[in-house]
Write a protein that binds this ligand. Structure first.
Ligand code: DX5
Ligand code: ZN
Length: 217
């Protein structure tokens, strides 16, 4: 498993300090939440923030786009230094084109499903993607409670991937903590986004260790 701290819960005036802190605890993947105030009711950061973070860290940058008209911005986010870009199926009417665009830039392509979106929508795109992000809260804000019915959804997705013999990673995002991470891990998730469970804690290194050790318990 890999843990991706979400910078949404970090100090926006101190990204460098917060990133160095989690890197010291062994983190090699950072989650960046991009919100546009249209697809989701919140506005966060854009490509210039990704560009500013890029030289500060050797972590891979996992950019979660919660925006409309994603196609218009893929080039900018890829050039800014994203290693992974995920787009919401609910916001991309031409999903296949969007995925191809991400891959043409040499970036890993992912599709995100909101809690109410069934895994069946992935049937015709499954062979084209590198990872799937299952939202375990409704997107827009950090610090929300994990939606427990998503565990069965992760299991169903894992079965769908295995049945087709594909190697697609399952990422989970929202309300991930020491109690909910093991449930998702057991269901088949391998990438875990955590905002408040890491940056919301006084001792971030301990918080990371507590989450990582769930892989062995
Ligand atoms: C929510 C974002 C998440 C958020 C998770 O829309 O996609 O990445 O930062 O925050 P926590 O871990 O606090 O639920
Ligand atoms: Zn996210």
């Amino acid at each position: 498993m890999r843990l991706a701290p979400s910078l949404l819960a970090a100090n926006f005036a101190n990204f460098e300090r917060d990133i160095k802190e989690v890197e010291k605890a062994g983190i090699d993947l950072l989650h960046i939440d991009v919100m546009d105030g249209h697809f989701v009711p919140n506005i966060t950061m854009g490509m210039d923030v990704v560009k500013a973070i890029r030289p500060l860290t050797s972590c891979e940058l996992d950019v979660h786009l919660m925006i409309e008209h994603a196609d218009a911005f893929i080039h900018d986010f890829a050039n800014a230094g994203a290693d992974m870009i995920s787009v919401h199926v609910e916001a991309c009417p031409h999903l296949h084109r969007t995925i191809q665009l991400i891959k043409q830039h040499g970036v890993k392509a992912g599709v995100v499903l909101n809690p109410a979106t069934p895994v069946d929508v992935l049937t015709s795109i499954l062979g084209d993607i590198d990872f799937i992000l299952i939202m375990t809260v409704n997107p827009g804000f950090g610090g929300q409670s994990f939606i427990h019915s998503m565990v069965d959804k992760i299991s169903a997705l894992k079965a769908m991937i295995d049945e087709r013999n594909l190697s697609i990673e399952i990422e989970v995002d929202g309300g991930i903590n020491a109690e909910t991470l093991p449930l998702c891990l057991k269901a088949g998730a391998t990438l875990f986004v955590a905002g408040s469970a890491i940056f919301g804690k006084e001792n971030r290194q301990k918080a990371i260790q507590d989450l990582l050790e769930k892989d062995f318990s």
